[in-house]
Design a protein around this ligand. Structure first.
Ligand SMILES: [Zn+2]
Length: 47
């Protein structure tokens, strides 16, 4: 079946979390809470 792996990223500034199905956030992604770009998000490891 399809690989439905998802990736959760956390904003290191405000703690907002977003889950997408790609291993990287889009370059133009901005945090809806504090407005920072993807370079300030970190990948959250899930098990
Ligand atoms: Zn933020």
């Amino acid at each position: 079946m399809a690989d439905d792996k998802q990736y959760t990223f956390r904003c290191t500034v405000c703690g907002y979390e977003v889950t997408i199905d790609e291993p990287e956030l889009p370059e133009d992604y901005v945090c809806p809470v504090c407005g920072v770009g993807p370079e300030l998000f970190e990948l959250v490891e899930e098990d």
